[in-house]
Design a protein around this ligand. Structure first.
Ligand SMILES: NC(=O)c1ccc[n+]([C@@H]2O[C@H](COP(=O)([O-])OP(=O)(O)OC[C@H]3O[C@@H](n4cnc5c(N)ncnc54)[C@H](OP(=O)(O)O)[C@@H]3O)[C@@H](O)[C@H]2O)c1
Length: 314
């Protein structure tokens, strides 16, 4: 058990740490958890690379960070995770601009969007949340391996409990599309990816997945009233206290991923799924993980499928 908890803030998690010299790359920094993580890590001296698909929104986020951390060492880069050509273009720029990456935070995400396909034809949530980050990590592997004990922190969600991945129909070609089902599958894919990355590269790097909690951010932008009610009902049914969804502040919401990026305790817990600044336990409540998690055959099969889809092997 770490000394941090559900209430801990990201700032508390890194208090006293000197992160100068650390190169930390975060996807999805235009708002929410990515922006808050970038702010807190930059305040401890890290060199933070902010990655977003919209350069204007990314500049505005950097300005907000600089207003609270005037000497923040920030750089801004464009990558659209729903477009594999954009992922490849960014990785080739990164090879020129960076000599190593100490922490790669795969944070960007889309939730419950109407049915759509990525530029490469994959279902949007699976394609962005999982395949985009899979390709992104694969292409940045040489830079990660230049660092001493690099880390990959991949944002999942308690929403992984909605569904495991569907390896037979990952892109909803036969299954009727359901926005929550697609989100759940993509977030299970995030957990499987983190575990398999640790299995394949565990002697060289640390890889974990994170449930940040329920935080009011822009993630809910596609949610209708009915979807929100469905989420509340699911949370109530699964919470032992019957209290339902317990929201966190943005400051506490970013704590687990920042803890994952910096804590020495992660070394003994490579490949795990984290929540509330601790390794999560199995369970039905918000921070427990579902029985389909930690399944090596599924993790390996998803990895192979993903390699085929993005046409990269790693
Ligand atoms: N908030 C929660 O309660 C909660 C709970 C569990 C898990 N999470 C996970 O936490 C992560 C961060 O979410 P958040 O709550 O901070 O949401 P958010 O405020 O909506 O931030 C999501 C970020 O992802 C970016 N993004 C979306 N699609 C992208 C794409 N195709 N390419 C590049 N960037 C893209 C967004 O950029 P734009 O501004 O361009 O859209 C934004 O910067 C997500 O992975 C989410 O699944 C959040």
């Amino acid at each position: 058990m770490s000394s941090f908890s559900r209430e801990s803030t990201a700032e508390e998690v890194v208090r006293g740490l000197d992160l100068s010299g650390q190169v930390i790359m975060i996807t999805g920094t235009t708002s929410g958890l990515g922006e808050e993580s970038a702010r807190v890590l930059a305040a401890r001296g890290a060199q933070v690379a902010m990655l977003a698909r919209d350069p204007q929104k990314n500049r505005e986020a950097a300005d907000r960070i600089r207003s609270s951390v005037p000497d923040a060492d920030l750089s801004m880069h464009q990558v659209d995770l729903s477009n594999l050509a954009s992922v490849a273009r960014f990785a080739s720029e990164a090879a020129d601009e960076f000599s190593r990456i100490d922490v790669l935070m795969n944070n960007a995400g889309v939730m419950c969007c109407p049915f759509d396909r990525t530029a490469d034809g994959f279902e949007m949530q699976f394609g962005t949340n999982h395949l985009g980050h899979f390709a992104h990590t694969a292409r940045l592997l040489p830079l990660l391996l230049q660092a001493d004990k690099p880390r990959v922190v991949t944002l999942s969600s308690g929403g992984h409990r909605i569904s495991d991945v569907d390896l037979d129909d990952p892109n909803f070609e036969h299954t009727p599309y359901d926005p929550w089902l697609a989100y759940g599958r993509s977030k299970s894919a995030n957990v499987h990816f983190a575990a398999e990355l640790a299995r394949r590269f565990g002697d060289q790097m640390l890889s974990v997945s994170v449930h940040p909690g329920a935080i009011p951010t822009k993630l809910g932008r596609h949610m209708t009233k009915e979807m929100l009610e469905g989420m509340r009902a699911r949370a109530k049914a699964s919470s032992s206290s019957g209290q339902g969804l317990q929201m966190k502040s943005l400051e506490s919401g970013a704590a687990t991923q920042v803890w994952a990026a910096t804590s020495p305790e992660i070394a003994e817990n490579n490949g795990t799924y984290l929540a509330d600044c601790n390794v999560a336990e199995p369970g039905t409540g918000e921070i427990g993980y579902a029985p389909h998690i930690y399944n090596p055959p599924t993790e390996a099969a998803l990895w192979e499928l993903s390699e085929r889809f993005v046409d990269l092997s790693f």
